[in-house]
Design a protein around this ligand. Structure first.
Ligand SMILES: CC(C)(COP(=O)(O)OP(=O)(O)OC[C@H]1O[C@@H](n2cnc3c(N)ncnc32)[C@H](O)[C@@H]1OP(=O)(O)O)[C@@H](O)C(=O)NCCC(=O)NCCS
Length: 298
C-alpha cells in the first residue's frame, strides 16, 4: 500500500514538473514568435521607408532646381551651364553625343572588354531611371549675362541614378564624362560636389561609383582629391581573389553612420593606387568627330 502511495506521489510530482516545463516551453515559443514578428515588422518598416526615399528622389523632375547658384561653373577660363535630362526622353542628338564621348573616353581604359561594355552602356543610357546633367559651354564668361536660354555646345555629362545598395539608398554615378578640352579645369570636382549635394538633399546615404582599375587618372581623381574610398562592396574588399580577377573597383563616400558602416567600413589604404601626375588636357578633335556627323544614327 505504502509502495503504491509513494508511486502515486512520484508520478504526481513528475506530471507537475512536466506541466511546468511544458508551460515554460510554450511561453518561450510565444516569446520567440513575438520577437521574430517584431524583427520582421522592423525589417518591413525599414524597407518601406527606403522605398519611399527612392520614390521621392526619383519623382523629383529636376534635382538641379534646388541649387540655382550651381547652374553655372565659371573658372580657369571655362564657362559652362548645366541642364537636367531623363534617360527615357533623351533627344536623338544627345543620345548620339553620349555614344561618341563614351567611346572617345572609355575605349582605352576598358580595353578588350569595350565592345561588350559599349552595348551595356547604350542600353543603360536610355533607361527611364537614368538621370542626367548635361554641361553646355557658353561663350560668355560674365555670369550675370548667362541665361537659361544661352545653351552653347554640350561638352560633357553626368549619368546618375537613385538606387539601393546593401539596403542603403544611394546616388550611383553611372558616368561622368568630360571632353578633353574641358578636363583639368575643376569642372569634374564641381560636378561631383553637386552630385553629393543632390544625394544629401534626397536623403541618400552615400554616393557610389565604379571605376576601371586601368583608368588610373579617374581613380586618382576620386580617391586623391575627392576622398572617395574603396567600398566594402568592391570585389577587392569582398574577396582577394575576386579582387585580382576583376577589372574595376567600387568607390563610395558615405554621409551617415549606418551607410558608413555598411559601405565604407575600414578603408584598406594599401589598395588605393599611388598618385600619378595629372592627365594632360588639350586633346582635340572630339567636336569635329561629333558635330561632323551629318545624321542622327540610333
Ligand atoms: C575624370 C574626370 C571626370 C575628372 O574631371 P576634371 O574636370 O578633369 O578634374 P578636375 O579638374 O575637377 O580636378 C579636380 C582636382 O583633382 C585633381 N586631379 C584631376 N585629375 C587628377 C589625376 N589624374 N591625378 C591626381 N589629381 C587629379 C586636380 O588637380 C584638381 O585638384 P585641385 O582641386 O587641387 O585643383 C575627367 O577628367 C574626365 O571626364 N575624364 C575622362 C572620362 C573618365 O575617365 N571619367 C571617369 C569614369 S569613372
Amino acid at each position: 500500500m505504502n509502495l503504491f502511495k509513494n508511486y502515486n506521489l512520484i508520478m504526481k510530482s513528475y506530471i507537475t514538473i512536466r506541466e511546468g516545463e511544458k508551460r515554460m516551453e510554450e511561453s518561450d515559443g510565444v516569446g520567440n514568435k513575438r520577437e521574430k514578428k517584431r524583427k520582421r515588422n522592423e525589417i518591413l518598416m525599414k524597407k518601406k521607408s527606403i522605398d519611399e526615399i527612392i520614390e521621392a528622389a526619383v519623382s523629383d523632375k529636376d534635382p538641379l532646381i534646388h541649387f540655382p547658384s550651381l547652374h553655372y561653373y565659371i573658372n580657369h577660363g571655362l564657362s559652362v551651364s548645366l541642364k537636367s535630362e531623363h534617360g527615357g526622353v533623351l533627344s536623338c542628338q544627345l543620345k548620339q553625343y553620349i555614344k561618341v564621348l563614351l567611346k572617345a573616353n572609355m575605349e582605352v581604359p576598358f580595353g578588350c572588354e569595350w565592345p561588350a561594355e559599349e552595348k551595356v552602356k547604350h542600353r543603360e543610357m536610355v533607361a527611364p531611371e537614368a538621370r542626367y546633367i548635361f554641361v553646355y559651354e557658353t561663350s560668355d564668361c560674365d555670369s550675370n549675362r548667362i541665361t537659361n536660354t544661352s545653351e552653347g555646345m554640350v561638352v560633357g555629362f553626368v549619368h546618375y541614378r537613385f538606387v539601393i545598395e546593401e539596403e542603403v539608398p544611394v546616388l550611383y554615378v553611372y558616368e561622368l564624362q568630360l571632353e578633353p578640352h574641358v578636363q583639368g579645369k575643376g569642372l569634374g570636382k564641381f560636378l561631383m560636389q553637386l552630385l553629393e549635394l543632390i544625394a544629401q538633399k534626397n536623403k541618400m546615404g552615400a554616393v557610389v561609383l565604379t571605376v576601371q582599375k586601368a583608368n588610373r587618372s579617374a581613380m586618382n581623381f576620386y580617391t586623391g582629391k575627392l576622398r572617395y574610398t574603396v567600398s566594402a562592396i568592391s570585389p577587392s574588399r569582398v574577396d582577394q581573389l575576386l579582387g585580382l580577377q576583376s577589372s574595376y573597383e567600387i568607390l563610395c563616400k558615405a554621409f551617415d553612420p549606418e551607410a558608413k558602416t555598411i559601405l565604407e567600413a575600414k578603408t584598406p589604404h594599401h589598395l588605393l593606387p599611388p598618385r600619378e601626375p595629372r592627365r594632360g588636357t588639350g586633346q582635340s578633335g572630339f567636336h569635329d568627330k561629333f558635330y561632323g556627323l551629318q545624321q542622327c544614327k540610333e
